[in-house]
Design a protein around this ligand. Structure first.
Ligand code: ZN
Length: 261
């Protein structure tokens, strides 16, 4: 598997919080609209991402201590791998010095729980809040922000977190450089909980560099949608095909990929 060694911002500190588990269950059980879509599982296997596709190593969540056990984040459903390869081939015709790079793909549910807890703790800290002294209102406000970006770690087969289906991938660009390949600056780090993560955040900027961020985000969307993926409304990096979010955005009646263990 092709790998690139990079320090990802989420690797800087290692901690986790359990505060989210103490949050009101009513809020955690809030359904997202796409979770009502029925799933008819197609049964495709999870497969390792092909060697020619770049994956970020060390993987950011493994570096944080996320509980993968014997599973790997760099697995996807067979059909997702084929679409990814098609997008990469298309990208070469548009921008030969760019490559699609995988930040994250398959995510077991315990890892989803770990990352939701971690993100909650990080967000509290960024606002100067002590995690063990949060009021109910503060907790609810933080959770509302976290679940805008992170799916609930549901064990219900009717509502699998998108990454636990093996049909969702977080991707960015790397580009050729005389030292090898280097990351393309897309304007904000993957997983940042802020408005900068919105795909069109820089669309109306008058700043030259910010317009480049927007152009590269559009290019990523163009090459991924070319092979049938759809983009998450709030995240420039998240794409999927065949899961519930894809069905909801594409106005399909059924999803074809459910939770995968
Ligand atoms: Zn994602």
């Amino acid at each position: 598997m092709a790998t690139v060694f990079i320090a990802v911002s989420t690797c800087k500190t290692r901690k986790r919080g359990a505060a989210l588990r103490a949050a009101p269950r009513s809020l955690l059980l809030t359904m997202k609209p796409y979770q009502n879509i029925p799933i008819t599982e197609c049964g495709e296997p999870l497969v390792a991402i092909a060697a020619e596709i770049i994956t970020i190593d060390p993987h950011p969540y493994i570096s944080l201590g996320a509980p993968y056990g014997d599973r790997s984040p760099f697995f996807v459903r067979q059909g997702i791998l084929e679409r990814l390869q098609k997008s990469q081939t298309y990208l070469q015709t548009l921008c030969p010095n760019y490559q699609i790079t995988i930040f994250d793909a398959y995510r077991p549910i315990p890892v989803q729980q770990f990352m939701v807890d971690y993100s909650f703790a990080q967000l509290a800290e960024s606002k100067g809040l002590e995690i063990n002294a949060l009021s109910e209102a503060q907790k609810n406000s933080l959770i509302a922000e976290v679940i805008k970006f992170w799916a609930i770690p549901s064990h219900d087969p009717k509502t699998p977190p998108p990454h636990s289906t093996g049909a969702a991938i977080d991707v960015t660009f790397y580009r050729d450089h005389h030292k090898g390949v280097i990351p393309v600056n897309m304007g904000s780090p993957i997983d940042e909980i802020s408005d900068r993560s919105l795909p069109n955040y820089f669309a109306n900027s008058t700043n030259k560099q910010e317009l480049e961020f927007h152009r590269d985000r559009q290019l990523l969307n163009q090459v991924m949608t070319h092979s049938g993926f759809v983009r998450h409304p709030n995240e420039w990096w998240h794409f999927s095909y065949g899961d519930q979010l894809w069905a909801w955005i594409s106005k399909e009646k059924l999803a074809i990929y459910g939770g995968s263990k």
